[in-house]
Each structure stands twice: as C-alpha cells, then as structure tokens.
Design a protein around this ligand. Sequence first.
Ligand code: AMP
Length: 186
Amino acid sequence: MRFIFLGPPGAGKGTQADILATRWQISHISTGDILRNTIKEQTTLGLQAQKHVEVGELVPDTLMMGLIRQRFGQQDTQQSWILDGFPRTIAQAQALDQLLSILHQAHPTVIYFEVPPEVLVERLLARGRLDDTESIIRRRLEIYDLETTPLIDFYRRRRCLKQINGNLSLDEVSKNLRKSLSTSSF
Ligand code: AMP
C-alpha cells in the first residue's frame, strides 16, 4: 500500500495520514515533520531549510530530494507508506518517479483532499503553529496554487488520482477515505 496525500495546507492530510498509518501499521512520511525536526537540530541542512519554512516558501527541490532519498533508504519504506506533503512541485513528482523506479516500487495511489480556501485560512489560524500567522498562511496558499495544484492534473492524467471532500468532519473524511480506498480500482 503506497499513497501520496495531496492537498492544500490545512486540508487534514496529516491527521488522516496519522489515522491510516496507525490503523494499517505503515509509515507516515510527512516532509513538514522531517523539516521541523531537521530545523530543531540546527544542522546545516536545517538552517538552510529554516529560512524558507519560516516565511511560508517552499524548501528548494534539491534539498527536499536529499531528505526524501535519505528517508527512502530506511527499512520501513520498502513496502508500504503514506507520503504527506510531498511532492509539492512537478520537479519533485518527476524526481520521485525516478527514485521509485530505481527502488523497484510501483507507483502510489494519489489522494487529493479538496477544501475551499476560506475554510483553510480559518483552520490554519485555529491550529496556531509558528508558520500559521495570517500573512504566512496566505503566502503558503498562494504558493500551493502556483506550484502544487499542477500536480492534480499531472496525476489525474495518469489515472491514479482519487478525490476526497476534505470539508467535512474528521470522522466523516476518515470514513469516506477508507470507503474510497477499499473500493479503489487502481
Ligand atoms: P507542512 O507541515 O506540510 O505544511 O509543511 C510546512 C512547511 O515545510 C511548508 O510550508 C514548506 O515551507 C516546507 N515543506 C514541506 N514539504 C515540502 C516540500 N515537499 N517541498 C518544499 N517545501 C516543503
């Protein structure tokens, strides 16, 4: 079981990934979490990433691919996983394709969580993370529109995209997601 959870910040990808990964005992790979840990450790890489994360910009693709390659070198990612927050650009998606092909892993199913922008701002403000101030949230949403939404078509064309309404309660999204994955024809 391999999944990419795609959607804007605040769509609930992380929460749903946590629930499924626990239920199925598979790895939840959140690039946001990896970056926050790297930043906390204040490594050279962490310091490089910090200046982008703090202002709501994307961390450069080359740096992200370094982190992802490292993560996919670990034992728990050989079979089943959920990628949450990655890829976020077409270049990352193409680099991921290459990496999976080298690792002889079949391509994942992509779940796209759809939530209207006004709901996202409200949700993110309520969450209150350091990068959840209103101006940084708006910047992250702008960047999502610009850099990440092209991935919806990229994966739709490949017929591996499933759309989920993320504008429902946590339990309803969770239920619909399980239903959608169990009837998945991929
Ligand atoms: P998230 O927790 O997924 O909202 O990510 C928090 C921040 O980490 C984002 O606003 C970006 O600055 C950075 N980030 C996470 N994943 C990526 C990625 N795939 N590419 C570039 N930057 C990322």
